[in-house]
Design a protein around this ligand. Structure first.
Ligand code: PRT
Ligand code: ZN
Length: 283
């Protein structure tokens, strides 16, 4: 049995539930309950605040956790980062008032920097030999410069909108973060086997993200050109059609290249192009 700690409410919560569900770990999403057993996999889900997940996994109260890499780096502790999960993207950045001239890292010497990530910041300043003053604050970090409480901030940035609306600009990225799967180092043999099965399933779900399945009819004469446009995982699937001189072609493409590919396929005579969502790719 694996106990998996995930965020109870917040930015990573919904996608973590979806990811586990898609991997066949189904459970009642009743967040009023603290601990929920999966009916379809030997696992139970423990709902926590994200601040507590790393510690709970490090101490062995849960075998696995899904949490932002930023939290793992801040809390430290003895956990293994098993997978990057491809959502919850953000970065930990140093930002200063927008009218200040940035002169490089030396800028921060002697400056007061407000943050909820004192450990990551301390390490970064130490590595770079910068003597900044860390002001630890648990929330609303972005308002501290205009309130005269700090000269700069070190905080999570995603779109950058919060910085802009507080008159700040990003000057250094210290950590690129996303949701990660972490594990305790002391799993039993049975738990290791369960983890291997879970990883196999999670990878199948993660590989299919951002991909589309394409089906179309194409003149046989354009077949070679179509293959150049569609280098699929191994090669596209081609089937002859009843209508002479035509074949049916199936392939997987990156979603962000979809419209470019469709345009090029139409230009070589493709017809009846269907685009399907992909649920899983089992390698
Ligand atoms: O209640 P609990 O303690 O569990 O949640 P929380 O409020 O501490 O965390 P939550 O839910 O806000 O974030 C959980 C995780 O999501 C973080 O640890 C990050 O790994 C990740 N994440 C991704 C983010 C963001 N994007 C993000 N934009 N966490 C916070 N933000 C903040 C950012 O600091 C800024 O204040 O959102 C604001 C908007 O960001 P912009 O740049 O888009 O304006
Ligand atoms: Zn939190």
């Amino acid at each position: 049995m694996l106990r998996i700690a995930i965020q109870n409410k917040g930015r990573l919560s919904e996608e973590s539930v979806d990811l586990l569900n898609n991997a066949g770990v189904k459970f009642d999403n009743l967040k009023r309950k603290y601990l929920v057993k999966s009916a379809t996999f030997p696992a139970e889900v423990l709902y926590l605040r994200d601040d507590d997940i790393t510690g709970v996994v490090a101490s062995g109260l849960a075998e696995l956790g899904i949490v932002g890499l930023n939290e793992v780096k801040e809390k430290g502790g003895d956990v293994n980062i098993i997978r990057r999960l491809g959502y919850g993207f953000c970065r930990l950045c140093l930002a200063i008032p927008k009218n200040e001239t940035y002169t490089g890292l030396e800028y921060f010497s002697g400056k007061r920097i407000a943050t909820s990530y004192p450990n990551v910041l301390r390490e970064f300043l130490k590595e770079n030999g910068i003597d900044g003053r860390i002001i630890e604050i648990s929330g609303s970090v972005e308002i501290t410069p205009s309130a005269g409480m700090a000269d700069a901030i070190f905080d999570i940035v995603s779109s950058g909108g919060t910085l802009v609306s507080n008159g700040l600009k990003e000057v250094e990225t210290v950590l690129e973060s996303e949701a990660v799967l972490i594990a305790n180092g002391n799993l039993s043999d049975a738990q290791r086997e369960e983890l291997d099965e879970l990883l196999f399933r999670l990878d199948s779900v993660c590989i299919s993200r951002g991909k589309k399945y394409l089906l179309m009819n194409i003149p046989s004469a354009s077949f070679e050109k179509a293959i150049e446009i569609l280098p699929a995982m191994r090669s596209p699937t081609v089937m002859p059609l009843a209508a002479e001189g035509w074949c049916s072609l199936h392939s997987v493409v990156d979603a962000d290249k979809l419209w470019d590919k469709v345009k090029r396929l139409k230009a070589i005579g493709a017809e009846g192009i269907s685009v399907l969502n992909l649920d899983k790719i089992i390698p």
